[in-house]
Design a protein around this ligand. Structure first.
Ligand code: AMP
Length: 389
C-alpha cells in the first residue's frame, strides 16, 4: 500500500495532550485530523482538528468518524475494542492495531506476552477470587503490589500489601472480585527506565533512546535522557521492546516501561502502544519527535532515525502547582532559563494530580538538564520570586 496522500484525514480516538501533539505532527506532514473525545474543550480540539464530541462507544459518532477518515489511531489504550472494530468495519485501518490495543489494556495479558517471549517481569499471578489472592500471596510473598488488571493509569487502581493484615481491605478497595486483579512481586528497583520504539508496516523498527524516569505517587514526575545505565541494559531494553512491538504486530509506536533491579536485571513493568509521557522530551532532543514518528508509521511513510541530539530532562507540571495561588505559575521565570521549553495543554481546571503541561530542558549533560528543569519548576511557584537553589 502507498503512503497516505497529502491532505488525507487521520482519525484520532482521544483528544488529550497526546492527541494534541499528534494533531500538530499530522499538520506538519500535510494531513488533517478528526478527533473524537467526550470533552468539547479537549486539548486536541484546540489546535485545528475537527472535533466529534461523543463518548468512545457512541456508534453513530464512530460511524461519522469512519466516514471522514482514511486511517485512524488512538491516543490512549483504554479505547473500547468494539469501538475500534466498528471503525474497521467501514474498511478503515486502525493503527497501531487491535492486538496492541487489547494486550495493552490488560496487565495480565501484557505480562503473559512477556513470559511467552522469554522477557523478564516481576513474578505475577492473575486473581479473580479472594482464594486466588491468598494462594498468590503464598507464592510471591510480602511485600507485593495488587493492581486492577484493566483500566488503571498514573498509579490508580493499585495498592502495596506489606503484611497479611491489610489483604482483605485491599481486596475490598480494589473491587472485591468485580474485576480481575494482578498480583506482582515488589521490585526493589535501582531505577525505572523506558523506551519508545516505532514499527513501520514493513516491520522496520526504530529505537528512541532509553530514558530514566522518576515517579511520585505513581505519576511520572521527571524524565532524564539518556538514562544513566550501562550499555548492556540499554541494549536489552531495545531487544525486548523490539520483540514486543513485533509480537504485537504494531504499526505505530510502543512505549515500554522497565524496572532496573539492584542486581542489574531489566524487568518489563508495562507497555503502551501510543506516545508516552516519558517521550515528550523527544520534541526538542531527538531528530524526530515521538508524535511525528507515530504519524509517519500510521501514514505508511518512512520512519526517521530518532537519535538523541541533546541530553535533556522533562518535568511534568501537575495541577498541584496551581493550588493556593491566585495566578498561574510564573512560566516566564522558567522560560528565562537557557534551554527551557514549555508546553501547556490548554486545560482550564488545574486539579491536583492532573497533567496540565510539561517543561523540557536541553543541556550539555543529562544531570545539568535535570537540575535546570527542577529549578525551572521551583521558580514558577517560588513565593518571593526567588530561587531556593
Ligand atoms: P504502573 O501503573 O504499573 O506503571 O505503576 C506506577 C508506579 O508504581 C511505577 O512506576 C513504580 O514506581 C511503582 N510500581 C508499580 N509496580 C511495582 C512493583 N511491582 N514493584 C515496585 N514498584 C512498583
Amino acid at each position: 500500500m502507498n503512503p497516505l496522500p497529502t491532505s488525507s484525514v487521520i482519525g484520532i480516538l482521544g483528544g488529550g495532550q497526546l492527541g494534541r501533539y499528534l494533531v500538530i505532527a499530522s499538520h506538519h506532514l500535510g494531513y488533517r485530523c478528526v478527533v473524537l473525545d467526550p470533552d468539547p474543550d479537549c486539548p486536541a480540539g484546540q489546535v485545528g482538528a475537527e472535533l466529534i464530541v461523543s463518548d468512545y462507544d457512541d456508534e453513530q459518532a464512530l460511524d461519522q468518524m469512519a466516514a471522514k477518515v482514511a486511517v485512524a489511531t488512538y491516543e490512549f489504550e483504554n479505547v473500547p475494542v468494539p469501538s475500534v472494530q466498528r471503525i474497521q468495519a467501514h474498511g478503515v485501518e486502525v493503527r497501531p492495531g487491535l492486538k496492541a490495543l487489547s494486550v495493552s489494556q490488560n496487565r495480565i495479558q501484557e505480562k503473559t506476552l512477556c513470559l511467552g517471549l522469554g522477557i523478564p517481569t516481576a513474578p505475577f499471578a492473575a486473581v479473580s477470587e479472594y482464594q486466588d489472592l491468598i494462594v498468590a500471596l503464598g507464592h510471591i510473598g510480602f511485600p507485593l503490589m495488587v493492581k486492577t488488571a484493566t483500566g488503571g493509569y498514573d498509579g490508580k487502581g493499585q495498592r502495596v500489601v506489606r503484611d497479611a493484615q491489610v489483604v482483605e481491605s485491599v481486596w475490598n478497595q480494589l473491587g472485591a472480585g468485580t474485576h480481575p486483579l494482578i498480583v506482582e512481586g515488589w521490585v526493589d528497583f535501582a531505577a525505572e527506565v523506558s523506551i519508545v520504539v516505532a514499527r513501520a508496516r514493513d516491520g522496520e523498527i526504530e529505537y528512541f533512546p532509553l530514558v530514566e524516569n522518576q515517579h511520585v505517587e505513581g505519576i511520572l514526575d521527571v524524565t532524564v535522557a539518556p538514562a544513566q545505565v550501562g550499555a548492556g541494559i540499554a541494549a536489552k531494553a531495545k531487544e525486548y521492546a523490539g520483540a514486543l512491538a513485533a509480537a504485537l504486530e504494531l504499526v505505530g509506536i510502543l512505549a515500554v516501561e522497565f524496572f532496573v533491579t539492584r542486581d542489574g536485571r531489566l524487568l518489563v513493568n508495562e507497555m503502551a502502544p501510543r506516545p508516552h509521557n516519558s517521550g515528550h522530551y523527544t520534541m526538542e532532543a531527538c531528530a524526530v519527535s515521538q508524535f511525528e514518528e507515530m504519524i509517519r508509521a500510521v501514514a505508511g511513510l518512512p520512519l526517521a532515525n530518532p537519535k538523541l541530539l541533546y541530553p535533556a530532562a522533562m518535568v511534568n507540571l501537575l495541577g498541584d502547582l496551581w493550588q493556593g495561588r491566585s495566578e498561574s505559575p510564573a512560566f516566564d521565570k522558567a522560560l528565562a532559563l537557557s534551554g527551557a521549553h514549555l508546553y501547556l495543554y490548554g486545560k482550564t481546571e488545574p486539579r491536583v494530580g492532573r497533567k496540565m503541561g510539561h517543561l523540557t530542558v536541553i543541556e550539555g549533560s543529562a544531570d545539568q538538564a535535570a537540575r535546570t528543569a527542577l529549578r525551572a519548576r521551583r521558580l514558577m511557584v517560588a513565593k518571593d520570586g526567588g530561587d531556593a537553589g
